[in-house]
Design a protein around this ligand. Structure first.
Ligand code: PHE
Length: 357
């Protein structure tokens, strides 16, 4: 450091302030401090030399020197505060736990996210198709009474037609009065009762849901399966409306090269009744093992709502007529995706589940 005299005080202060603000650590600041304003510093030496001056000169030189020294000391204080702050930040930075690394390491592990299964997907797209045709979607309970599942549907107790549905009964109340619904048709009854009570007829609804039958599972049947029911109750509804609805749905859902046909059948709750079949989607109608060489696959049942059913819910048959249909959602999924064995649906083999994401 240059010698300090009263003549170069300003220049020396400027030099000191520059060096102080360049100091990069608290340690180097400490040694600068000793060097510039410590006991053996030129400032101190100059101060000591003031003793030889006359009292007046000493007074003014002393004040000058004091002011210069103060500016240097202020520069030290400022720099010390900012170096201390930088030091604190550096310590915090070093201490910081970088969760970003931890998180991205975890995310890199392949995540096997779940997704709706093939039956839910099929149900959703069936609903979409019918909504596009002007139907609303409704649902009903899986646990039913004998009245909703059978009696109101024109199947009295001990009627031979009950043999069409192998029923799981629940051990609640009187024997054989509470059961797991064997089809979605009881939801028709709930909907019609509600519409009559609230005066909201006509009805154009589809009702998807789970059903149960005491069946031994095989390649085409499960004891727990899904149906979608359709019901239209309005003025002037005819069998042509039913046939047109089935055909429109078939082409919309399966594609324009798949068609439908109705064949006479019997259901207690519809009259006349029909089975509805669609072109086999495996062979496109040419005939194969799946369709027993017929080119057709049975999808479900349908017909005009039987007057006895309208009577059970109090609908005036002079004014209203209607049609209903019901078919298997699982069967639709099987037909659309060529699933050879339906038991794959309940086995939860991830390799199967992943096919339909
Ligand atoms: N519920 C009948 C069944 O499960 C299908 C059906 C519904 C038939 C509506 C006619 C009308 O077999």
């Amino acid at each position: 450091m240059v010698d300090v005299s009263l003549d170069n005080l300003d220049a020396v202060v400027a030099q000191c302030v520059g060096a102080i603000s360049d100091a990069s650590s608290l340690d180097s600041l400490l040694s600068l401090e000793a060097e510039m304003v410590g006991k053996r510093s030129p400032f101190t030496a100059l101060q000591k030399s003031l003793g030889s001056l006359s009292p007046d000169e000493r007074k003014s030189a002393g004040a000058q020197l004091q002011a210069a020294r103060q500016r240097v000391e202020e520069a030290f204080a400022t720099r010390r505060t900012s170096l201390a702050a930088e030091h604190r930040i550096a310590v915090l930075e070093a201490d910081r736990l970088d969760l970003g690394d931890v998180v991205s390491a975890r995310v890199r592990v392949p995540v096997r996210a779940g997704h709706p299964g093939i039956i839910s997907l099929t149900q959703e797209s069936l609903e979409d198709t019918f909504v596009g045709m002007g139907f609303v979607v409704a649902d009903g309970p899986e646990i039913e009474t004998d009245w909703y599942n059978f009696e109101a549907l024109n199947i009295p107790p001990a009627h031979p037609a009950r043999g069409m549905w192998d029923t799981f009964y629940l051990d609640i109340g009187e024997p054989e009065t509470v059961l797991l619904r064997t089809h979605t048709s009881p939801t028709q009854i709930h909907l019609m009762e509600e519409a009559v009570a609230q005066g909201t007829l006509p009805l154009h609804a589809v009702m998807p849901g789970r059903c149960y039958r005491r069946d031994t599972p095989d390649a085409r049947h499960l004891a727990s399966f899904h149906q979608i029911e359709g019901l239209v109750v309005d003025e002037g509804i005819t069998f042509a409306d039913l046939a047109g609805t089935i055909e429109t749905f078939t082409r919309a859902f399966f594609g324009p090269d798949i068609t439908s046909r109705l064949r006479p059948a019997y259901f207690p709750f519809t009259e006349p009744s029909a089975e509805f079949e669609i072109t086999c989607t495996i062979c496109r109608g040419a005939g194969c093992r799946t369709c027993s060489q017929t080119g057709w696959i049975e999808l479900g049942g349908c017909g005009m709502v039987d007057p006895a059913v309208f009577a059970a819910v109090g609908i005036d048959t002079d004014r209203y007529s209607g049609f209903a249909f019901g078919f298997g959602i699982d069967r639709c999924a099987q037909m659309r995706h060529g699933i050879a064995d339906m038991r794959a649906i309940t086995e939860n083999d991830v390799r199967f589940l992943e096919l339909f994401s």
